[in-house]
Design a protein around this ligand. Sequence first.
Ligand SMILES: C[S@@+](CC[C@H](N)C(=O)[O-])C[C@H]1O[C@@H](n2cnc3c(N)ncnc32)[C@H](O)[C@@H]1O
Length: 394
Amino acid sequence: PPWAEVITEGKARIIAPKKDLFLRADGIYEPSHAPVFYNPAMVFNRDMAIAFLNMYSKQFARIESASDPMAATGVRGIRIALEVDGISEIILNDIDPQACRVIRLNILLNRISSLSRIYCEDANQLMISLSKSGIHVDYLDMDPYGSPAPYIESAVRYAGIKGVLAITATDLGPLTGRYPSKAFRRYRAYVNFRVDFRKELGLRVLIFNTISKASEHDMALKPLLSYYADHYYRAYFLIDMGASKADQLLARTGYIAVCPSCGYREASRDIVKGIICPLCGSYMALLGPAWLGPLADPEIVRGLASSVDKYVWLETRERIKWLVSMLESEDRIDRPFFYRIDYLARRAKINMPPREKLIECLRSMGYDASRTHFDYIGVKTNADLEDIDRCLKR
Ligand SMILES: C[S@@+](CC[C@H](N)C(=O)[O-])C[C@H]1O[C@@H](n2cnc3c(N)ncnc32)[C@H](O)[C@@H]1O
């Protein structure tokens, strides 16, 4: 097409929109203005998928088939076919006929016709009809505009048992509390823009909602890896079957009780007990429901840490290593929230201390403390607020 050019991402050559033709008023490329969506800023998201899949397929369970039911140019699935060892089938789909034409061209350009199937349907309808025909995939990547919530029920039917489901959510406005009524509509959750750890809360609400939809079908979606980056959330789940497995996961969900007066917070599985703040006696707000367990499986994080360097063609390899090392350190701490240092300092009426100094002080008191990937001025710790205050005032 005249509006397109051939670009390279990973090992794929992709027909994608010419950036200069689709600019916002401020001169920045706007992917959603283009006839077919391609966002070069999402290369980290796709690189991460390539690293994850290679590692997972070698160390955990073989991944042979993959699907992107909202494929746009097809870049994600094509990269998976070219860059993940052992892929024998990719199923791509987009509701937009123009996207389907571009996907077909991109499949030809990358010479992978023999292992590709392309559809041009509504993603929900396609996933249900393929699963009714007994077609399932080992890896399903849901990458919609905004929220993946409307697609989860059909996605869990289409992704095979013991397969992996990955979701991207770009609707951080609702999830981080800017639009609470939309968060309630989409996720049936209470969120609050004023809490300092809202970026973590949003991801945990997204995970809860996904697990909970699957649990209605006695399916268990175990979080394997989840994170925040560049204003989106990403979560990978292992799909399993069984009521008791679903119950075990749901046992790790609940609320985060937050005191609006003194900033005290705690994970709360009991919505009655969590109401009164043990520090100042005020009523606490219950946020969530949210996933309260770890954001990543430590074995997955270790697997990634030890394998990323093998994928030398990945443009964002250093960033993957950074994220993995952050998750390794912060996710050890069994608290579903962090503290922003500016918030802590305002609360204690002192100047903001350097992050590393606070972390060192908390560690010297015997607590675990870490930076967090969610926020550069965030600190994750299992210390209680009184001891955090002691460190702040030192
Ligand atoms: C964010 S883009 C996908 C980007 C792509 N996965 C990638 O990695 O570059 C979302 C795509 O979903 C498509 N889409 C929107 N609603 C859909 C639906 N109900 N069924 C299938 N595709 C849909 C859009 O046409 C768009 O191309």
